[in-house]
Design a protein around this ligand. Structure first.
Ligand code: SF4
Ligand code: SF4
Length: 359
């Protein structure tokens, strides 16, 4: 019999004196390893309420809800939808606002129970001119810390700092902008208008509010085109999908699996992945040729954000998810149409300035 090597003797001795590798369950609770990436948890002091974690969450488990009347932003993680990917922790701007704990999600017996959700609330800063949401107060203070003395160049950051010393009640939105509004919490649109007002002419808040409505988002686009959305199950054949497209007179269908969108099947996919490859549309399943993964948007997503997503990811359709269900689909045509409308109004607005109609 060959003699054991030194390394093997060392390992045998180490394992003899070290703790068992396996868990002691059911004799004791099954503790996860410290490096296990489990359910994420907010740290109220470290989170500044920027909402980045919600934007990067691939399963849309994090929802952000602003309550301008109560001046509060609520961020909520739905553990039932969280896939524990760690993106929220990875991309958190402070690095510590949300942290994956070592808790398992499999222990959740009731997905609607309070412990199935994790949330944090942050104070909102509201535009004193038009009432729009500017951001969270802690976020402004975080930016101010990073900018140092330069932060005093921006009234919003300066006011956030001053309010640490003495709380000053913000004023209610007003019917008209004035030059002295420079030193008020103001959203980017109002701030631009106040500076322009100071330089050139007068402008009522009514005009600003009209202008505000020109910031078209997914909800506006769905209101215009309707919320009808045509879907096809992922195990349907390509032929069945084509028949459905012909019947509904549409160029693409959202592919569904277990009630969730998993891809998009379009005429382009048919042409490139079925016709050109000479495969049978009667035998091929939609899931084999659909465009996947699919990126979803929310009703609050703006046209610019949709355009960036579509351009970067090379998508022509974006399903809309509202309160966990499919609420519509936005095409590249809808986005381009909305952007042209927005730009047309901006041009008209600039013409009004040039012609002096705001005097
Ligand atoms: S761990 Fe992943 S899925 Fe879960 S909340 Fe964070 S980003 Fe979303
Ligand atoms: S600070 Fe971090 S945890 Fe808080 S909202 Fe921003 S990204 Fe999310």
């Amino acid at each position: 019999m060959p003699l054991p090597k030194l390394r093997e003797i060392k390992e045998a001795l180490t394992s003899f004196f070290s703790a068992p590798y396996t868990t002691k369950y059911p004799a004791g609770p099954a503790a996860s390893f410290p490096s296990y990436r489990g359910l994420p948890k907010y740290d109220k002091d470290q989170c500044v309420g920027c909402g980045t974690c919600a934007q990067v969450c691939p399963s849309l488990a994090i929802q952000v809800a602003d309550d301008p009347d109560a001046r509060v932003r609520r961020l909520r993680v739905d553990y039932g939808s969280c896939i524990q990917c760690g993106q929220c922790q990875e991309k958190c701007i402070t690095g510590k606002g949300i942290v994956n704990t070592s808790a398992y999600s499999l222990t959740l017996a009731d997905v609607a129970a309070p412990e199935a959700f994790e949330s944090v609330e942050k104070d909102l800063v509201i535009c004193e001119c038009c009432g729009a949401v500017i951001g969270c107060r802690d976020h402004l203070l975080w930016i101010k810390e990073r900018l140092g003395a330069k932060a005093y160049g921006h009234p919003n950051l300066m006011l956030a700092t001053q309010r640490l010393l003495a709380e000053v009640e913000p004023s209610e939105p007003k019917s008209r902008l004035r030059r002295e509004d420079q030193i008020k919490d103001a959203c980017a649109r109002c701030r631009q208008a106040i500076v322009t007002l100071d330089e050139f002419s007068d402008m009522g808040t009514k005009d600003l509010q009209k202008e505000g409505k020109k910031m078209v988002n997914v909800r506006d686009m769905l209101e215009e085109k309707g919320q009808e959305v045509w879907t096809v199950p992922s195990d349907a054949t390509v032929f069945e999908a084509l028949r459905a497209m012909e019947k509904k007179n549409v160029g693409a269908l959202v592919v569904m699996e277990a009630g969730q969108p998993v891809g998009i099947f379009s005429e382009r996919d048919y042409a490139r992945k079925v016709v050109l490859k000479n495969i049978s549309s009667l035998e091929t399943r939609v899931r084999e040729v659909m465009a996947s993964p699919v990126y979803c948007v929310k009703p609050e997503t703006t046209t610019e954000e949709c355009m960036v997503l579509m351009t970067e990811k090379k998508f022509r359709h974006l399903p809309v998810i509202s309160e966990g269900r499919l609420a519509g689909v936005i095409s590249i045509g809808d986005v381009v149409k909305a952007l042209i409308g927005e730009h047309k109004m901006t041009i008209e607005r600039l013409q009004d300035y040039i012609m002096g109609r705001y005097m």
